[in-house]
Design a protein around this ligand. Sequence first.
Ligand code: ZN
Length: 104
Amino acid sequence: MKGMKCVCGKTAEYVKNLRFNNYKIDGWKCNSCEEIYYNPQKAERILLLNKLKKQVVKAKLGRIRSNLVLRLPRDIETALNLHKGEEVSLKVEGNEIKVVPSLR
Ligand SMILES: [Zn+2]
């Protein structure tokens, strides 16, 4: 990752460990005027995660042959960066199911 031009005219350097809403995020920081530019895709995901944390999201169960299929809403797909074909782990805890994405 290279630097990007800052609004002040100097170059903002790429930094790996910025903080954004308690999450680690990369981006660019200008050493001249201290302006910070967050990685836009990751910043969007963090905002979405924060939004989802405050709500209960409804999802529908479908059926393919003998299996029930859980359809995840698009917001959750985006926030957790999930992809079709990816393996997730299911943990049954009491009467609840926890879906855990594999480590990436
Ligand atoms: Zn600057």
